[in-house]
Design a protein around this ligand. Structure first.
Ligand code: SF4
Ligand code: SF4
Ligand code: SF4
Length: 251
C-alpha cells in the first residue's frame, strides 16, 4: 500500500504548499504516495489514518488548536512545514503587541467578532517529528523528506549555516560590506538565494542549534540600530531560542 499523506494548512499564506506544487518531481511523488488530504492540490479529501501529515501555518483560533490535536491523533508522523509552523513565523508579530489594540486597529468596530490567539510553534502544542524550514520551503527539502519516508528512513536535519551555501556559490559577503546578514547564525540548505541575488539573509530557516550569537550581535551592532536588529530577529523565527531573546529585546 502507498504511504498515505495529508497536507494541512492553518493560518498562513500557503506559500509552502505552492512550493510543493512547484516541485519538479511532483508527478513522481504523486505516483508513489496517496494524498488523502491536500485542500490546495485536490478536490476530494478524506480523514483516515495518515502515515505522514505535513502541517503548514500557525493556530490563531481555538478551532485551529483543536484541528492540530485532531491531526496529531490521526497521524503516525507529523512534519511542521515552513517557518510559520516551525517557529511562529510572520504571524508571531502578534506576540509583540497588545492583541486587543491590534484587532481594533485592523478590524475597527468588528474587532470583538474576531478571534486571534498569541502564536506558538506547533511543536509547543503537539508532538512534531520533523521540521522543514524556510519561508517558503524549498521544494528540494520536501522531495528529500518524502523520499526518505518512502525508503523507511528518518529524514536528516541540515546542520550547516547559510554562509556555507553562500561561500560555495562564490558570493561577496554582505556582512563585510556593512549589511545586516543573519547567514552565520541561520540554518542553510537553501542554497543561499538571498545573498546570491545581492541581498542579506534574513534568517528565514531559523537559528542553528548552537549559533555564535555573541559574535554575530557584535558585528550587527556595528552596522545597524538596536531597533532594526530586534525587528529582523522578529521576522521569521521569533519564538525559538536564541532568536527569541533578541526578538524580545535582549541584546
Ligand atoms: S512559512 Fe512563509 S511561505 Fe510558508 S506558509 Fe508561512 S508565510 Fe507562507
Ligand atoms: S553574505 Fe551573509 S550568508 Fe553570505 S557569507 Fe556573508 S554573512 Fe554569510
Ligand atoms: S538565504 Fe536566508 S533568508 Fe534567504 S532563503 Fe536562505 S535562510 Fe532564508
Amino acid at each position: 500500500m502507498k504511504p498515505r499523506i495529508a497536507i494541512f494548512d492553518l493560518t498562513d499564506c500557503e506559500g509552502c504548499e505552492v512550493q510543493i506544487l512547484n516541485s519538479k518531481f511532483i508527478d513522481k511523488i504523486l505516483e508513489n504516495v496517496e494524498f488523502l488530504n491536500f485542500r490546495l492540490g485536490q478536490k476530494i479529501n478524506r480523514w483516515e489514518g495518515f502515515d505522514v501529515a505535513f502541517i503548514e501555518g500557525v493556530a490563531l483560533t481555538s478551532h485551529e488548536l483543536e484541528l492540530l490535536k485532531k491531526i496529531r491523533e490521526h497521524s503516525k508522523f507529523v512534519v511542521a512545514l515552513g517557518s510559520c509552523a516551525c517557529f511562529g513565523g510572520i504571524a508571531a508579530i502578534n506576540n509583540f503587541m497588545d492583541l486587543e489594540e491590534a484587532k481594533k486597529y485592523v478590524y475597527g468596530e468588528n474587532a470583538d467578532k474576531i478571534e486571534s490567539l498569541y502564536v506558538k510553534p506547533i511543536s509547543e502544542i503537539i508532538k512534531v517529528d520533523f521540521m522543514i524550514r524556510g519561508c517558503p520551503i524549498v521544494p528540494e527539502d520536501f522531495e528529500r523528506v518524502v523520499s526518505d519516508i518512502l525508503a523507511g528512513r528518518i529524514p536528516r536535519e541540515h546542520t550547516r549555516p547559510v554562509c556555507m551555501d553562500c561561500k560555495s556559490r562564490g558570493n561577496p559577503c554582505q556582512l563585510l560590506k556593512g549589511n545586516v546578514c543573519l547567514g552565520p547564525v541561520s540554518y542553510g540548505g537553501c542554497n543561499a538565494p538571498c545573498p546570491s541575488a545581492g541581498m542579506p539573509c534574513d534568517g528565514c530557516r531559523g537559528p542553528l542549534e548552537m549559533p555564535e550569537m555573541i559574535a554575530e550581535l557584535e558585528l550587527l551592532k556595528k552596522v545597524a540600530q538596536q531597533d532594526d536588529i530586534i525587528r529582523l530577529f522578529r521576522r521569521y523565527a521569533p519564538m525559538v531560542t536564541p532568536f527569541k531573546e533578541v526578538a524580545g529585546g535582549k541584546l
